[in-house]
Design a protein around this ligand. Sequence first.
Ligand code: DCT
Ligand code: MG
Length: 416
Amino acid sequence: FTDSMGAGKPVDIKEHHRLQMQKIQPLQSDVSSTSSVTHVSQYACQRKSTLDNKNKIFTDTLELLAENCEFDENAGSFVAYSRATSVLKSLPYPITGMNDLEGLPCIGDQTRVIIEELLEEGVCSKVESLLCDEKYKARKLFTSVFGVGVKTADKWYGLGFRTLEEIKARKDITFTKMQKAGFLYYEDILQAVKKSEAEAVIQIIGDIVGQCAPDAKVTLTGGFRRGKEVGHDVDLLITCLEEGNEEGVLHKAISKLDRHGLLLFCDVVEATMEKRQLPSRKYDAMDHFQKCFLILKLDKRLVNKRDYGLASGSAVRLTDKRTEDENKTMIKGWKAIRVDLVIVPSQQFAYALLGWSGSRQFERDLRRYCSQEKRMLLDNHGLYDKNTQEFLKAETEEEIFAHLGLEYIEPQERNA
Ligand code: DCT
Ligand code: MG
């Protein structure tokens, strides 16, 4: 429920669990054989995790606990819950008893307690109390505004605020430009971006970028590349066939978007990468590419009409198939969409594509695997082999997996 959970919306996990259990009972007979023979790696980059998650009841709970640990900067528990979540996502069978956990990596004591409670009670008391917890609810609500991180959320919570209305009404709070845009387009951004909307965005950005450099290529990454139907943003890499042609493209493209009236917000971060700098040792580090975080004004007519509950060609009519927010989008004629554009030199493209495709856990484990198992350093720019003290070139993701001695994992199987 982390994806669908609007700010502070309680989830009937008990009912969810009951339905889940009903679904999984018939499978029980072949469960033990599967779990006892399959070796599961401790690294997500050695497991296949599709979107067909057989253990959602457990992973939703553990993800929420991990999120709260991240809010608290409790790195140890965050890692423990995140790794356990990821292992469960990779299983081809649902966990139906504690025996099923035997031999699985990354399932520590705190996770076992949670799973046992879910199996016995259908609810997790920790999550139940979190969902009612004032601080958790405020953090969740405030960080749902684009541009607001945990630090700011905690500051507002400390000042006694509990709703966004209270914060917006205060004249003495100064907001960053990003936060102002976040409040302005709050409802649109809170709605998930649909695949059809992402496709319309690629079309727009592709056209504009093509006018700035003829050999420019736009590539979809992030959750949509992993096959997700919805996401919180659209992540796009821009690269040129000829190295160097990408320079200047971002600013030109942004000017064009602005002139077409498509730009609602834009924050450019200039490249900070020194050539040949060592890959980062941090598993969670951001890269040094020139990039921009923007909010695009997406004309609803450019989006596949079925996604707004309209049969193609029919007159615009409100139907109760659509949500209230979708109806508002129809009436105003456009939707604000969060887009990340990353400018990548062609030599580093494969590494950037691998890094931006995610999932976050997949990326963290890929880097951990490299340093712990291979004495190599991987980041979004390249791969450094400490054994031979050289950078390893790669033109495709397949080549990177081969450098690492890993079986290739398709993007759709990286939903770790
Ligand atoms: N990424 C990462 N480490 C981070 C943040 C991001 O490795 N701390 C990578 C992995 C995913 C990719 O960047 C894009 O990030 P998001 O858009 O946040 O993730 P997503 O998987 O695309 O999720 P969503 O579908 O919600 O957009
Ligand atoms: Mg994304």
